[in-house]
Design a protein around this ligand. Sequence first.
Ligand code: 5GP
Ligand code: ZN
Length: 133
Amino acid sequence: MDNCIFCKIIAGEIPNYTLYEDDFTLAFLDITPRAKGHTLVIPKVHAENLLELDESHVKNLLLAVKKAQEKLDKVLKPDGYNIGWNHGEAGGQVVPHLHIHIMPRYVGDGGTNMHAIVNNPGSESVEENFKLF
Ligand code: 5GP
Ligand code: ZN
């Protein structure tokens, strides 16, 4: 997509620090890391989010996460990870090209976990919510 910064990275128009690449995916170091080794994994086709990504690319994307994580694990030897993505403005997504963050974690790094992202469960019970599906 013309104005997409990550499509430009894929096209080689913007340099990046590549950790892993194959025909379908690219994994590269985040330019503003929140942790040592903070990595982004993206599909080479433009899709704003997982719902828009063709199913045929999903397996390749997760495989690339594993490949990049294996490299990070070998080199940086972190104590743990948070891995995930922001979806939509409400979810904090800034770049509208699906990207999976790999955040290496180190004992004593002062970070927290996924549960700290939000605490807004609503007033209905889980049982009530389940009836909606
Ligand atoms: P989001 O908030 O959309 O999930 O995260 C976007 C991420 O992309 C941020 O962590 C930001 O640092 C990273 N980023 C934005 N522009 C660039 C860039 O040009 N190169 C790289 N390597 N990372 C970028
Ligand atoms: Zn794009």
